[in-house]
Design a protein around this ligand. Structure first.
Ligand code: NAD
Ligand code: G6P
Ligand code: MN
Ligand code: MN
Length: 433
C-alpha cells in the first residue's frame, strides 16, 4: 500500500493534510500515515494524532494512522515524506521577528534577517532527514513545506544525495483562488504564469479557461477589492503606479520589499499592540489545540484559517496525487530551474509551473526575465545561495555576506548588529557556527 510519513506531525496544520488525503482517497489511496515529531512536540503530536484518527474513522477511509518519535523507524517503506518542522519552535521564531524589529528592520519568519536564521537552523536538520530518506526509503519523494521553503529545497538538492525533493507553498494556490473568486470561476479554471522564487514570485500572465485575462486581473487588483494576502501579512493597498508599471501580479510578500517603510511602520505598531506574529500564533495555537482535544471534533476546524498557511494541503496533496498517478497536469512547485529562466543557473531552485509526472516536476519554459524584475530576482537568488553556503559551512564571513546582501537589511552596521545578536540568541540550534 501507499505510505506517507509526516515529519513535524504535531503541527497544528496536520488536520489540513489529513483532510486533503481523505478527500483524495479515490485517486491517492494512502493506506498508512505515520506522524513523526520530537520530545518537545510530544504532547501536540498525541493530540493531533488522535484528532486525525477520528477524522479518518468518521469518513470510513481505509487508512491506518500512528505516531512516533522514531523517525528512522517511521521511514521504512515510505512512498512520500512531508516535512513541516520548526526548529526551535515558536520561541525561536519570536526572536527572528523581534531582534531585527528592535533595530528598525523587518522582522519576519521567511524574509530579511529572521528568514536567514530560520534557514541556518533548518538546513542542517533537513539534510539529516534527506540523508535518512536516501538510506531507508530512497524511492520516496520528499515534499518540503518547511520554511524558507525555496532555500531549504535548494540546500537539499545541492548538499544531499537525495534528489527527489520538491518545495511547496500555499501562496501560488491562494493567488489562483483569489483570481477565481473575482472572476467567479472555480480555481481549476485559473492558470497563472508564475515567475520567480518562493515568497518572491510574480504572476506574469493570468488565464481563465485558457484565455489571457491579465489586463482584466490587473484592473481588479488596481481598482477593486482583489486581495490574496494570507493571515500573517499586513495587507496594505498596492500603489497604482507600481501595479501599472509592473503589469504583473505581485505576491503579498513583495510588500516587504516594495512598500518597505509603510510595512515596517505597520509591523512596529502591531508589535507594540500584540507582540510578534509568533506570539499571536501561540495564542491561535492554544485555541486550536483546545478544539483538537474535544473528542466530538471529527473535521478540520474553521479556525485554521487564522493561520497564514491555510490551504497548504491543496498544494501538498494534489502534488503527491499527481506524482502517484503520473497525471502530467500543471502545478506550481519549487524545483530546479533547468533553463526555464535562462537568466538563472540551471541548478537554482525556482517557483515555477511544472508538469507533474511520476518522475517529478518538469518545469515549463518561462524565458528571459522581464527587465522590471530581473535585477531583483537575480539578487535574491544570489542572496539565497549565500545563505545556503553559510548554513552548511558555519562560516561567519559567509553569514555576514548573506545578511548584508539582503535588501531588508539596511546598513553594514545593522547587518553586524543583528547577525551577532541572532547568532547568540539561537546558539543551541546553530551547532555549525
Ligand atoms: P510548529 O511550531 O507547530 O512545528 C511543527 C512541529 O515540528 C512541532 O510539533 C515541532 O515539535 C516539530 N519539530 C521541530 N523540530 C523537529 C524535528 N527535528 N523533527 C521532527 N519534528 C520537529 O510549526 P508550524 O507553524 O506548524 O509550521 C511548520 C513549518 O511549516 C514551519 O517551518 C513553517 O514556516 C512552515 N510553513 C510553511 C508554509 C509554506 O507555505 N511553505 C506555510 C505555513 C507554514
Ligand atoms: C504563509 C506562507 C508561509 C508562512 C505562513 C505563516 O501563507 O506561505 O510560508 O510561513 O503563511 O503563517 P503563520 O500563521 O504561521 O504566521
Ligand atoms: Mn509502499
Ligand atoms: Mn509559503
Amino acid at each position: 500500500g501507499l505510505k506517507v510519513v509526516i515529519i513535524g506531525g504535531g503541527s497544528s496544520y496536520t488536520p489540513e493534510i489529513i483532510d486533503g488525503m481523505i478527500k483524495r482517497h479515490s485517486q491517492f489511496p494512502v493506506s498508512e500515515i505515520v506522524l513523526v515529531d520530537i520530545n518537545e512536540g510530544a504532547r501536540k503530536l498525541e493530540i493531533v494524532a488522535n484528532l486525525a484518527k477520528r477524522m479518518i474513522e468518521y469518513t470510513g477511509a481505509p487508512i491506518q494512522l500512528r505516531y512516533t518519535k522514531n523517525r528512522r523507524e517511521a521511514l521504512q517503506g515510505a512512498d512520500f515524506v512531508t516535512t513541516q518542522i520548526r526548529v526551535g519552535g515558536l520561541k525561536a521564531r519570536a526572536l527572528d521577528e523581534r531582534i531585527p524589529l528592535k533595530h528598525g528592520m523587518i522582522g519576519q519568519e521567511t524574509n530579511g534577517a529572521g528568514g536567514i536564521f530560520k534557514a541556518f537552523r533548518t538546513i542542517p536538520i533537513l539534510l539529516e532527514i534527506a540523508g535518512d530518506i536516501h538510506e531507508i526509503c530512497p524511492n520516496a519523494w520528499l515534499v518540503n513545506f518547511t520554511n524558507p521553503a525555496g532555500i531549504v529545497t535548494e540546500a537539499v538538492m545541492k548538499h544531499s544525495q537525495h534528489q527527489k525533493v520538491i518545495g511547496v507553498c500555499n501562496i501560488p494556490y491562494n493567488m489562483r483562488s483569489g483570481i477565481g473568486e473575482i472572476f467567479d470561476v472555480s480555481v481549476d479554471r485559473v492558470m497563472i504564469e508564475f515567475v520567480g522564487l518562493n515568497h518572491f514570485v510574480f504572476g506574469k500572465r493570468v488565464f481563465i479557461d485558457g484565455v489571457d485575462q491579465t489586463d482584466e486581473a490587473m484592473r481588479h487588483l488596481i481598482y477593486d477589492d482583489l486581495n490574496y494576502s494570507p493571515a500573517n501579512i499586513v495587507s496594505l493597498p498596492w500603489n497604482k503606479n507600481f501595479l501599472q508599471s509592473l503589469n504583473m501580479l505581485p505576491n503579498p510578500y513583495h510588500q516587504y520589499y516594495f512598500q518597505h517603510a509603510e510595512v515596517l511602520k505597520k509591523d512596529l505598531q502591531a508589535y507594540k499592540e500584540n507582540g510578534t506574529r509568533a506570539e499571536v500564533v501561540m495564542e491561535v495555537e492554544k485555541k486550536l489545540f483546545e478544539k483538537y482535544k474535544n473528542p466530538k471534533l471529527k473535521e478540520k476546524p474553521q479556525e485554521l484559517e487564522e493561520r497564514g498557511g491555510a490551504y497548504y494541503s491543496e498544494s501538498a496533496c494534489s502534488l503527491m496525487a499527481s506524482i502517484y498517478n503520473n497525471s502530467m497536469d500543471i502545478q506550481t512547485v519549487n524545483t530546479l530551474n533547468k533553463g526555464s529562466i535562462p537568466d538563472l543557473p540551471s541548478e537554482a531552485v525556482i517557483e515555477v509551473n511544472s508538469v507533474i509526472s511520476a518522475s517529478g516536476p518538469i518545469p515549463l519554459a518561462i524565458g528571459p526575465l522581464p527587465d522590471t524584475i530581473s535585477g531583483s530576482i537575480i539578487q535574491l537568488k544570489k542572496f539565497e545561495q549565500l545563505v545556503i553556503d553559510a548554513a552548511v559551512t558555519g562560516d561567519y564571513k559567509k553569514a555576514y555576506a548573506s545578511i548584508i546582501m539582503n535588501p531588508l537589511v539596511t546598513s553594514d552596521e545593522n547587518a553586524q548588529l543583528v547577525l551577532d545578536e541572532l547568532l547568540q540568541a539561537h546558539k543551541p540550534y546553530l551547532p555549525q557556527f
